[in-house]
Design a protein around this ligand. Structure first.
Ligand code: FPP
Length: 247
């Protein structure tokens, strides 16, 4: 089934260069099976692997995954600890495979809040994967879209104070250049699992014209063929960026 969808994507032409994903529904998946919530997050790691491999197969160049939000720090300590352990396990265990696949990993967010273990593992995976040419993978950890905009505003203000920048020269490009995603295209497609119809403080600036794809599947159920289905759906859409249809 997934090879037929891949064929359809190749014939459909336009592959989204940047795909972003809000991975939601791990807790519900676990609850539905009478399991503790962390088991849902653990199962979600298999979906992360699937979606990375699927993105490579489909020819996506940038993949951005929302792995841990700033709001997630407010979850019970036990769940936060379990999530951090899983993140550390993932980046440690998958490092060699990601290097082999040509994936360059970037971690963005307020990572100063992470404990030494996960922080070191993140530094190690970023260093090990430098130069990967096949896929640029952004893992958003301790991330919030508003906080990213505040950070960008602060960085611009510092440049003004240093006399490097005139306030009148601050435009959309100048602001975008201070975001974590500086130099990358905005997401073409944003996938959200578990049926929730919200952006949840994710890449607020970057998703201005992004096509949304919401699936009722819970994140641990998401497999590469579901990514392919989302891409096929995207290929059938007309993107207007605020303009009228060409006649
Ligand atoms: C949302 O489900 C998911 C998260 C808060 C974390 C996502 C983390 C993973 C998939 C694990 C590993 C990730 C990487 C990048 C290695 P939820 O807990 O909000 O689910 P619920 O809405 O059903 O409660």
């Amino acid at each position: 089934m997934s090879s037929e969808l891949l064929q359809q994507i190749r014939e459909g032409g336009r592959v989204p260069g940047h795909v972003a994903v809000i991975m939601d529904g791990n807790g519900r998946w676990a609850k539905g099976r009478g399991l503790p919530r962390y088991r849902g997050h653990a199962a979600g790691m298999d979906s992360v692997r699937e979606v990375i491999e699927g993105a490579i197969e489909a020819g996506v160049r940038v993949l951005t995954l929302f792995a841990f939000s700033q709001e997630n720090w407010n979850r019970p300590e036990r769940e936060v600890n379990a999530l951090m352990k899983l993140l550390q396990l993932y980046v440690t265990r998958e490092r060699n495979e990601l290097v082999r696949q040509g994936v360059e990993v970037h971690v963005h967010g307020d990572t100063d809040r992470l404990a030494a273990g996960p922080r070191r593992a993140i530094e190690a995976i970023q260093a090990a994967t430098v130069g990967g040419q096949v896929l640029h993978l952004n893992l958003m950890i301790s991330y919030g879209g508003r906080a990213e905009l505040v950070r960008a505003a602060r960085r611009l203000a510092e440049r003004v104070r240093a006399g490097e920048l005139d306030p009148g020269d601050i435009d959309e490009t100048a602001l975008a250049d201070e975001l974590y995603t500086a130099g990358l295209p905005d997401p073409d497609l944003l996938i959200r699992t578990s049926g929730e119809q919200r952006v949840s403080n994710f890449m607020l600036w970057q998703v201005a014209y992004t096509e949304l794809y919401i699936t009722p599947l819970l994140w641990p159920e998401f497999r590469r063929e579901h990514l392919f289905e989302a891409i096929c759906d995207y290929q059938g859409r007309e993107r207007r960026f605020g303009r009228v249809t060409a006649v």
